[in-house]
Design a protein around this ligand. Sequence first.
Ligand code: IVH
Length: 683
Amino acid sequence: MKGNYYFRQMDSVQAQKRIDALTAELNEHNYRYYTLADPSIDDYQFDQLLKELLSLEADYPLLADPNSPTKRVGGTVAEGFATVQHRYPMLSLDNSYSRQEIEGFDQKVRKLIGFDGDHRGELAYVCELKYDGVAIGLNYVNGMLVQAITRGDGIQGDDVTANVRTIKSIPLKLTGSGYPKDFEIRGEIFLSRTAFAKLNKEKEALGEQLYANARNTASGTLKMLDSTAVAKRNLDCYLYALYGEGLPHRSHFENMQAAKSWGFKIPEYSTTTKTIDGLFEFIDKWEVRRHDIEVDIDGIVLKVDSYDLQEELGFTAKSPRWAIAYKYKAEEAATELLSITYQVGRTGAITPVANLAPVLLSGTTVKRASLHNADQIDKLDIRVGDTVFVEKGGEIIPKITRVNLDERPADALRTRFIAHCPECGTELVKLEGEAAHYCTNETGCAPQIKGKIEHFIGRKAMNIDGLGEETVEQLYEAGLVHNIADLYDLTYDDLIGLERFADKSVNRLLDGLEESKKIPFDKLLFALGIRYVGQTVARLLAVHFKSIDKLIAASFEELVQVEEIGDKIAESLIAHFQMEAAIAHINQLKSHGLNFVLEEKEEELVSNKLAGLSIVVSGVFSEYSRDGIKEAIASNGGKVSGSISPRTSYIVAGENMGPSKFAKAEKLGITILSEVEFIEMLS
Ligand code: IVH
């Protein structure tokens, strides 16, 4: 026993060494990739290192560092966020919109510090971009990230540390030297244009309403309770202000350069200038160039560089006197509304579209704008023939902000939202609590049918090789495919005569269909395109119900008992399975051998150490969450049981295990394991 103990000690010392080495290496690669945009290894090599660290941390949970790079993938689910006090109030900036206001700011600064009149003292400004994101304060102690706080009301904000740890460009552990023992750095969290476009592409594939702009999406993401979901969204962060005792320099610009050397991503393209013309040059340059960068900016920020002067200037109640924001106006153009047309989406939702006389805006020609829904049309009181203003703010789709009533033609008719589907003529319905009108003819309305087939074959669903949007259109028009199940009835003879189909492409498509029959149940369930059943929900449902038959048979009550399944999803599932056509398609797919049962794969097990054991989990744990313990039992071959019985092999007990459970366990002579004993049992 003693020898064994000694051996484990040796082992954990080695493990600690390897954990430290991997942590340093991964931190360096994250920094190179996310902050410098200059990676030195490929994704695969990075993943191998990360996997090694993850597995070491699983084996030695007590050695895992809260700032480990593995925390970048999330893993915590919060019930809410703690409210915490800011050490320095988080103020905002005065806004300005004109050259006169900038001149006024410069004069006021000079006057307050006595650099006006005969005395022209040296005054340097730093010009930075003004990022359109969410403000954040990051606290570092001894070079480690300890807390991240949102602005809140400026006095206190939310502690969102777990979510912020997933942002790869934020260093969890600082590099270099010269940073104060305890300091705060503030900045702006944002979603890059690419990350935002990717999210919306995923939304589009699900037939869900798109996010309107990157800033609100970044803000919503930061407040998500599940940090794993946050990690997937690829938030990013620029840091632009340091606070604390013992900063290395008395110049903002120099301190930001120091922050860069500690691993922070600081504003790019910053300059310093001592002249008012320098300020205007920066403003003018970025008014044009702002569309060319990966991050939305809504203006620029001018800051007095010297901390001594900043201190002299001080603050008003709301904002510092040593800085000002110059905000760019959202670009706007006037044009004529030619017509309103209505589009039918995969889910039957109707989107009104404004067709405009082409007009140039922010470098692109705008011909169309979304009108969103009937409420929006009413709010704008928009009519065909009107002159309207289109704006392209942070939004991806240009929006109509207002109508020029002075130019309204006398005969312009009030817009009435259509009552019937423009594609199939079915009467539209408006569901309670939803803004959209819907066409309910899911199985007979062409764009819905085609949209559902396109979703079904998509990469994240059935991933069918040899099939694309155009082919779906072609097969539908040829009368060969009317629903997802018809795909599997296609034969060589059906296809070979079609345009653009030759022997090779026919076989590729048929092979692709055959191959897709092996797709696991959860993906197939997602592919069915049931409203509100995205990838995650499909996975949860598949794991819970294990087969389509059990899912179809589930009542509303049974559905809402599944974690994360709410009323809306449950209602949608019930309504879907009540459709005769939906059941017929499922049966047709079953007859072709598609996989409607979840296969529990043995190879997914980490080990078989707990095979044949039935284990009850009770109480609150410190290293693992309760679900984490349950997962560990399942992935090591054990069975998790909800109640203590003579068949129970062990109880893993955290704190606060109820006294009655204790008594029952004692009576039945069942061994109670502490969390540490359980972890040791697995290692
Ligand atoms: S400095 C005392 N610099 O804009 C305030 N702020 O409207 C110090 N912002 O609260 C802020 N880019 O959330 C600063 N380069 C930048 C910025 C920036 C964006 C945000 C920040 C600020 C808000 C003011």
